[in-house]
Design a protein. Structure first.
Length: 314
């Protein structure tokens, strides 16, 4: 038998395995239970909505008196942190008979390394995106914060905005990759867990500035990217570092991406020129592929720390 004849059944076996990974689903009761758990978390989240209202009222009052939109964002992210964490924790206890740590929050010496690696990878990716925009003439630096304000003001704002996006990274990764991804992976299979959790991630950002076709593609790709980080490490810390780092570097340090109409501290003052959004979309997708390669390389050097997903027993 020739090598070609041997390769044919091997390829067929791989195709069958891939199709099974997509279409082989557990019993309907398990699928419905998974969506029921997610619905339960949403009900708990809505019950905690009072926290958001209180925090929002306090934040608006302080923001008006101080003239700082960052105060508003700090209170908003703290409220979101509390609501996401509490609703997921209660849902895990009530419906999945599991603890919050079971979602990938085991703290050990690798956790801090994962967070730092996530920030480093995001810094490299967003920094590369900034340089591409600069070299192609899409942006021009017109000022830098340390020339316009004292060092204490600059450092203080860098720290405050860092904390804002650290809260954001925790909240959104706990919900999307910690809760949605793992519950759906157990209720359906890992393939659909990744796909559907990324789709929900897109939906949760529907009110963001610039929400449209290109932004939807980016958000879905980002969901896959963060899910890949979780799948390679078995913990959430790397994806949290990636998510917090990406938003921090693209909003505060390099690009100055707007968050609705909020006036936030930015390290650089930039002048923007006309450009093709689809060109930038392709660049970002290629950078995410580069990031996935870096995640894979990091995960190979990192000893595995698998987490046991919640069991959806009836």
């Amino acid at each position: 038998m020739s090598a070609t004849e041997i390769d044919v059944p091997i390829r067929q076996s791989r195709i069958r395995s891939a199709l099974a990974a997509i279409f082989r689903l557990p019993p309907r009761r398990t699928i419905l239970r998974a969506f029921g758990i997610i619905l339960g978390q949403n009900v708990i989240y809505l019950a905690l909505f009072l926290i958001k209202l209180i925090a929002g009222s306090i934040a608006e009052g302080i923001a008006l008196s101080s003239g700082s939109d960052q105060v508003l964002l700090v209170f908003w992210e703290i409220a979101k942190f509390m609501m996401y964490t509490l609703s997921v924790a209660v849902a895990m206890q009530l419906f999945a008979e599991a603890e919050l740590v079971d979602l990938g929050l085991k703290w050990d010496r690798r956790a801090l390394l994962d967070i730092l690696a996530g920030f480093a990878i995001s810094c490299l990716l967003v920094g590369s995106y900034f340089l591409i925009k600069l070299v192609t003439g899409q942006i021009q630096i017109t000022g830098v914060a340390w020339q316009l304000a004292p060092p204490g003001f600059v450092i203080g704002n860098l720290v405050i905005t860092f904390l804002i996006f650290a809260f954001l990274g925790w909240s959104e990764e706990l919900l999307s990759r910690g809760f949605h991804l793992q519950i759906l992976s157990q209720g359906l299979n890992p393939f659909w867990g990744v796909v559907l959790s990324s789709a929900i991630f897109v939906y949760l950002h529907r009110f963001n500035t610039g929400f449209g076709v290109s932004y939807i593609i980016f958000l879905f790709a980002a969901g896959l990217f963060f899910a890949y980080a979780y799948r390679k490490t078995g913990q959430l810390w790397l994806s949290m570092g990636l998510h917090a780092g990406w938003d921090y570097f693209i909003v505060v340090v390099f690009i100055g991406e707007p968050i609705e109409d909020l006036r936030l501290f930015r390290l650089l003052e930039l002048r923007e020129f006309a450009y093709s959004p689809w060109f930038n979309q392709v660049v970002i997708l290629l950078l995410l592929l580069l990031g996935a390669t870096l995640i894979r390389a990091y995960a190979r050097r990192r000893s595995p720390s698998p987490t046991l997903p919640p069991t959806l027993s009836p």
